[in-house]
Design a protein around this ligand. Structure first.
Ligand SMILES: [Zn+2]
Length: 229
């Protein structure tokens, strides 16, 4: 299979034919520009795709993937993606999506020196420390691992909410809304962790508010304010 990469170009030809068969104008529209409604932040794991598992087409989702779907304020790659998606593309939903069976989270659960991966995995080790009481109370290792995957999604979603561009646009437009999901490799199902976005905003306001707005006021009264002449 040393030349298997050549299959990719064959696949590409077939893909073009399929697309044009469905819609002769497909590539003309694709080249015109993008206005996706979603930003998807997921794991680089080859099994946890973005578009395919959501049934979305090219142009419908802006994507950022890294090991264990981490959002860190010092990582220019993820923060630049979020800034661009929120301030320029005006996405309506930001999805942080982890997956059960995540190797990055598994490595972070194992205290050992992994070289260059150490600072990256520290983000997840910190999630463990934040939730250590809950996690250590789970006796079954598999269940504890799954819970850390969910809590990592939750904490990375909170890291998105800490960003000024997200707070400012939400205070003005009530978008974007941040979601936390987990993809189950064994069943193919997407699970919505039903993160209470507005509650998190209110809870973290005292420490992380980077806007001039009192969110508690604006969140509840935006619509009324807009309706008032
Ligand atoms: Zn992963």
């Amino acid at each position: 299979m040393s030349h298997s990469y050549k299959n990719i170009f064959e696949n590409n030809k077939k893909w073009i034919e399929t697309r044009l068969g469905e819609d002769a104008d497909f590539f003309n529209r694709l080249a015109e520009g993008q206005s996706p409604e979603y930003l998807y932040i997921g794991c680089s794991d080859s099994r946890a795709t973005a578009e395919e598992l959501m049934g979305l087409k090219p142009g419908e989702v802006f994507v950022h993937r890294n090991i264990a779907n981490v959002v860190n304020t010092l990582d220019m790659s993820s923060t630049a993606v979020i800034e661009y998606a929120v301030s320029h593309l005006k996405v309506k939903h930001i999805i942080v999506c982890g997956h059960y069976g995540c190797g990055g989270v598994k490595a972070a659960m194992t205290p050992q020196n992994l070289g260059l991966l150490n600072p990256w995995l520290r983000n997840i080790r910190d999630v463990y420390r934040l939730h250590q009481t809950e996690l250590d109370a789970i006796e079954d290792e598999e269940a504890r691992y799954n819970r850390l995957i969910e809590l990592n999604v939750q904490e990375q979603a909170i890291n998105v909410i800490k960003m000024a561009c997200v707070q400012e646009r939400y205070a003005e437009e009530e978008y974007p809304i941040v979601h936390g999901w987990v993809f189950d490799l064994k069943t193919g199902r997407l699970k919505d962790l039903e993160i209470d976005f507005e509650k998190i905003l209110k809870d973290i306001q005292k420490i992380y508010n980077l806007t001039e707005t009192n969110w508690n006021m604006s969140l509840n009264s935006n619509r009324n304010l807009l309706d008032t002449p």
